[in-house]
Design a protein around this ligand. Structure first.
Ligand SMILES: Cc1ncc(COP(=O)(O)O)c(C=O)c1O
Length: 376
């Protein structure tokens, strides 16, 4: 029998570089490459899940999510609930549903170089055009304002940002934010901001773009903040319900609703007690970060580490080819991510995730310490 031809759009989806690296890794490698917080989910959240199961009443929910959860989300942002929230199956679905709802084939979507890898693929899946603007690695990944302005055309439909950033762990400065927003207002560009790492701040909680004026959709979720990646809870929220309306329609046909059980426990996660548990995760991450920074300072003083403001990523410059460096680490049983997979400006940079138990983390750092970078 002849094979069945895949849809053309599947050709646009390459196996992610990240996956390729995982596939090459020897079994039992230490994994500092994942984009996951590898701590247990807080007990108060898991206990709630057991209570919900016992009620034997797990059903469909309204498409936009349980009203209590929508309310908890608007309370979190300190905004009014008025049809302006859509609870999704993880932030990833919120990104997809938002772009699916606003972007036509041929539209241009502005993304940072470097940024989260999934954005490019989703834009391409929608037959839209990826347009990258520069964050300058020599200036601590500062926004290049001239480059940003020059990338805006009559076809620019959306600016898709990630704040704090994966992979750099940095937030845009107030000036950078105001600059981008004013350009988008002037050019009628929709801003979509993925704030999934917002609660993992080191010193000061970053502002949310929902505090700003403009056509803005904020995306977030509980995978990172509450170590709930497997529960698949995300959302899209806006001040303007008209921006969320088409996302609820798309979401309805993508998956009907986010899992009911996960939505119930998400209400607990966003409660006062849930946020106290969340703060413990944040502090544990800071302790891990302090440990890693101390190790770098004492044993790897020639490696320059980016001064960033959020967990769980340490972004550092190895001054050699980042892919070669990553492959060398893989041979030694350590997975880290080469910066260039997030965009060409990440060349020679490495992303290390320190959100795992201290023992494994220390072992991983020992491997980096044992390598003579000059021989790479
Ligand atoms: C920037 C960014 N956005 C979204 C996601 C996906 O989040 P979720 O698990 O909520 O789908 C990730 C996961 O690594 C991420 O790094």
């Amino acid at each position: 029998m002849k094979s069945i031809k895949y849809a053309n759009r599947i050709d646009k989806i390459e196996k992610s570089e990240l996956r390729k690296i995982f596939d090459k890794a020897p079994s039992k490698s230490i994994n500092l490459g994942l984009g996951e917080i590898q701590f247990p989910t807080p007990k108060i959240i898991s206990d709630k899940a057991i209570d919900v199961i016992k009620q034997q009443n797990i059903r469909y929910t309204p498409n936009a999510g349980l009203p209590d959860l929508q309310k908890a989300i608007t309370n979190y942002y300190n905004i009014k609930l008025n049809g302006n929230v859509c609870v999704t199956t993880g932030a990833e679905e919120a990104i997809f549903a938002s772009l699916f709802s606003f972007v036509n084939p041929g539209d241009e979507v502005l993304i940072a170089n470097p940024t989260y890898i999934a954005y490019k693929t989703i834009i391409k899946m929608l037959d839209a055009i990826v347009v990258e603007f520069d964050l300058n690695p020599e200036l601590g990944f500062k926004l290049n304002q001239n480059d940003f302005s020059s990338k805006i055309t009559s076809k620019t439909k959306v600016l898709l940002l990630n704040n704090p950033s994966n992979p750099t762990g940095k937030c845009f400065s107030e000036d950078e934010v105001n600059f981008m927003i004013s350009k988008c207002i002037d050019n009628n560009i929709l801003i979509i901001v993925d704030e999934i790492y917002r609660e993992l701040f080191i010193k000061y909680k970053p502002m949310s773009f929902l505090e700003k004026r403009g056509k803005i959709i904020v995306i977030s979720g509980l995978s990172k903040s509450h170590c709930m990646s497997g529960w698949r809870i995300g959302w899209a929220a806006s001040i303007d319900p008209d921006l969320i309306k088409p996302i609820i329609v798309s979401h309805q046909y993508i998956c009907t609703c986010a899992p009911h059980i996960s939505q119930e426990i998400a209400v607990t996660a966003l409660s006062r007690k849930g946020m106290i548990a969340q703060n413990k995760i944040r502090k544990e991450l800071i302790a891990n970060r302090d440990f890693v920074l101390d190790q770098f300072k004492h044993f790897l003083p020639d490696i320059s580490v980016l001064k960033n403001t959020s967990s769980p990523y340490l972004f550092f410059n190895v001054a050699v080819d980042d892919i070669t460096f990553t492959n060398e680490m893989l041979k030694q049983g350590l997975i880290v991510m080469p910066g260039s997979i997030f965009g060409s400006n990440g060349k020679q940079w490495i992303r290390l995730n320190y959100a795992l138990n201290k023992k494994k983390l220390a072992k991983g750092i020992d491997i980096i310490k044992s390598i003579n970078i000059n021989n790479i």
